[in-house]
Design a protein around this ligand. Sequence first.
Ligand code: ZN
Length: 152
Amino acid sequence: MSDLKKLYQDVILEHSKNPRNFGTMEPCTHHGHGDNPLCGDKIDIFLTLDDSDHIEDIKFDGKGCAITIASASLMTEILKGKTISTAQNLFDQFDGFVSDGNEITSADTDTKGLQLLSGVRQFPARVKCATLPWHAFKSALQNSTIVTTEKV
Ligand code: ZN
């Protein structure tokens, strides 16, 4: 087993067992939901944006395989404190990275965690698991849903 593959597995395992920023957020300014019926992954993303479009806080909740949970955990760590435009740029880069094998070029961000997810490229069926939290995040930005006590 190569060092990178080992590291990839360690990171996935560690984040899936001990996810960061896990739980619901109430109140929040934005909420998005993502579903991956192929694998049974369901992810909710909760955001609070401040007046200058920074992600003041981000949390996720849901059920999924180790890759989905680890990806969501890594994503929330990376996006917290970022501006929306930086976050959208990272979304595009990550999507291109796991789907098409493009390199992540963002210099101003710690993207090592994202690069560790490169291992999923060997398993095309798992790419959707890795990108699901990002799609839920994007839908949260678009929907701008105010979350109430109602469960989605
Ligand atoms: Zn999955």
